[in-house]
Design a protein around this ligand. Structure first.
Ligand code: F6P
Length: 203
């Protein structure tokens, strides 16, 4: 079986400011990561390998947002990139664009409620992690049916769900799973569970 690789987009301008959501472009570091990610994929996925020849097509799945689009721009030249709206980051509703400190100051009750039950908490006019599970369910089935090598370039909350599901975590654990920036998580499905290797293409 071919691995599934998960990566967040490169660091965005909002990431560098600690802001939630938005649709900001990559920072300079984020642009560098996009290059490193491309080099990484070229180094681990060799279409001229006999093993790969039977299945030469790497597929890249990503969201419709600017920061993911910029991250896959180079990969786009060599491989098929499919943009899924269901891979867009959690909708933070009225907290979109704020820092966590601003949320705590402007909406203390919301901040407290989310801390108390992050999985079920739904941002006003936005989404909860539970909502994400529902919106990602069809894609999870697609992912399990997918036979070729797959790279998913996504977002923090989205990848917590996909990664958590594939590694057998409880849904309630997913909102707190660490999915750092500039890291590629490689999962290879086995008879029981997944073999897991983390790569950091950019130290
Ligand atoms: O901070 C980056 C980000 O992708 C935000 O856009 C999103 O709201 C957040 O991570 C999700 O993480 P958490 O659920 O821990 O706030």
């Amino acid at each position: 079986p071919r691995p599934i690789w998960f990566s967040r987009h490169g660091e965005s301008v909002f990431n560098s400011q600690g802001r939630i959501g938005g649709d900001s472009p990559l920072s300079a570091r984020g642009i560098l990561y996009a290059q490193k990610l491309e080099e990484f994929v070229h180094s681990v996925y060799r279409p001229d390998d006999p093993a790969d020849r039977a299945n030469p097509n790497l597929t890249v799945w990503t969201s419709t947002m600017l920061r993911t689009g910029m991250t896959v721009a180079g990969l786009n030249q060599s491989w098929e990139v499919i943009k899924w709206r269901c891979l867009d980051e959690i909708d933070a509703g009225m907290c979109d664009g704020l820092t966590y400190n601003e949320v705590a100051a402007q909406f203390p009750e919301e901040y407290r409620k989310r801390k108390e039950d992050k999985y079920n908490y739904r941002y006003p006019r936005g989404e909860s992690y539970q909502d994400l599970f529902l919106r990602l369910e069809p894609l999870l089935f697609e992912m399990l049916r997918h036979t070729g090598p797959l790279l998913v370039v996504g977002h923090q909350a989205i990848l917590r769900i996909l990664y958590g599901y594939l590694t057998g975590k409880q849904p309630e654990e997913c909102p707190d799973l660490p999915i750092p920036l500039h890291t590629v998580i490689q999962l290879t499905p086995q008879a029981y569970g997944c073999e897991e290797v983390w790569h950091t293409p950019m130290p």
